[in-house]
Design a protein. Structure first.
Length: 445
């Protein structure tokens, strides 16, 4: 299953006796023309800058899914008003620099990465891509076809297909049902003119956050950003909307597919970023993922790669997934495991060990400038608090076994189940009337 821990989106600066790197103590924020600029001095000669456009799937209607993703690709793949695509790429290649756009359900990013000595060469290209994209018709047709090919390829992969199907069912009539990559039908109809107009509509001061991870003087950063923003309109006030996902009763939806095995995925509630039990639930789901793997694969041999993870974003949820030839046996094992945890809670040693593993993992993953910038951006957009990166270690260390167990009990209740495979192999009643249906801890938020 892709992205086992999607958008956990946190930074661990230290664990145990490891001290936060000195540069992190110097992190600061400034405001340029109404846009927040977050600066993390890096202590090295790499410059990573990310301009974030907030909103993601809330920015467009369902019949325009994919338009923002295509737009972000077009910024660098269609050239700029000053440089065609080949000239733009050639200049970056000469200094081994990167300028690239990407999009997800919560925000889009245009990032640049280069060595400090090449900053004055790369920055003008970065500004061109952000503020003067060409949306050349020929190149647009090429990237659109690439996007269509990628959608088809993803749909042909069962792990991706079941996850997309789960989102479609669970988040029906919600923004989170939208796939940022779109569908073949929608993307096929997009024009360069329409996509450019859409991009210009979301490129506003009100949606932007800029993250700089580099050793650059504050005066230089502010001057460069001010000049860049002069070509961008202020825009209407923007609010990043979060929504809590509540499951009132177990449900089951299925699609008949000719597959080598059967695929099952479940979605249920999770705490929103910034809530009191977010960290506790994050640790709880990591422990559960280990237990789920042990019970489903090792002890019962029901799936090669069972998954359980906490998917964090505008709408945060817990997910569980398996590929199995025995889906009915899987739900029995799943229900028994969840009931056992709800009754007995987690053990003190597994909570203590997971806190160390959790923080050490994030500390390790965020050693590069790029990773730090991505994490700062995520914390700022989802938590509205980039400084969370400086407090995460202490916050997680303080968690008790009871808090972690209670967070699991609070959110893991009714589940939206989806299934793809042989309909003769599954008894949906077991999923609808499983032991979780007896839960007496409904989520209240």
């Amino acid at each position: 299953m892709m992205k086992k821990y999607v958008f956990t989106l946190l930074i661990a600066a230290a664990i145990g006796n490891i001290k936060p790197v000195q540069a992190q103590n110097k992190a600061y924020e400034t405001t340029v023309n109404g846009v927040k600029v977050i600066v993390q001095p890096s202590g090295n000669d790499i410059v990573e800058i990310q301009t974030i456009i907030k909103g993601g799937v809330q920015n467009y209607k369902a019949d325009k899914m994919g338009i923002e993703s295509i737009a972000m690709d077009a910024l660098t793949e269609c050239g700029t008003l000053k440089h065609d695509k080949n000239s733009f790429k050639d200049q970056l290649d000469k200094v081994s620099a990167t300028v690239a756009g990407s999009s997800n359900k919560n925000y889009s990013i245009l990032r640049m990465n280069c060595i400090k000595g090449d900053f004055d060469v790369v920055w003008p290209l970065y500004v061109e891509a952000l503020t003067q994209p060409r949306f050349d018709a020929k190149e647009f047709a090429r990237i659109k076809q690439d996007a269509i090919n990628n959608i088809k390829q993803a749909d042909s992969q069962p792990d991706n297909a079941i996850d997309k199907y789960a989102d479609k069912i669970a988040f029906a009539n919600r923004d989170y049902a939208k796939d940022p990559n779109g569908t073949v039908d929608i993307v096929s109809k997009l024009t360069p003119e329409e996509t450019k107009a859409y991009y210009q509509s979301i490129l506003t001061h009100s949606r932007l956050v800029i993250v700089v991870v580099a050793d650059l003087d504050k005066e230089v950063i502010e001057a460069k950003v001010k000049a860049m923003l002069s070509g961008i309109k202020q825009g209407a006030p923007f609010e990043f909307k979060k929504s809590f996902f509540r499951v009132y009763k177990n449900s089951f939806n299925s699609e008949s597919r000719e597959l080598a095995t059967n695929y099952v995925e479940g979605i249920t509630s999770g705490p929103q970023p910034g809530t009191a039990d977010f960290d506790a639930f994050n640790v709880a789901m990591r422990i559960f993922a280990n237990r789920h793997f042990l019970d489903v694969r090792t002890n019962n041999g029901l799936s090669y790669a069972p998954q359980a993870w906490f998917s964090v974003g505008q709408t945060s949820v817990a997910k569980f997934a398996v590929s199995t030839t025995q889906p009915d046996k899987y739900i029995a094992v799943f229900d028994k495991l969840v009931d056992k945890i709800k009754t007995e809670g987690f053990k003190g040693d597994e909570v203590a060990n997971m806190k160390v593993t959790y923080l050490t993992g994030f500390y390790y993953k965020n050693e590069t400038n790029s990773a730090q910038a991505f994490s700062i951006a995520s914390n700022e957009v989802l938590f509205n608090n980039w400084k969370r990166s400086l407090t995460l270690v202490d916050d997680v260390k303080k968690l008790t076994t009871e808090e972690v167990s209670d967070a699991f009990r609070k959110y893991i209740n009714n589940i939206v189940w989806v299934y793809q495979g042989d309909p003769k192999k599954v008894n949906q009643i077991l999923y609808i009337n499983g032991t979780l249906n007896k839960a007496d801890n409904p989520v209240s938020h």
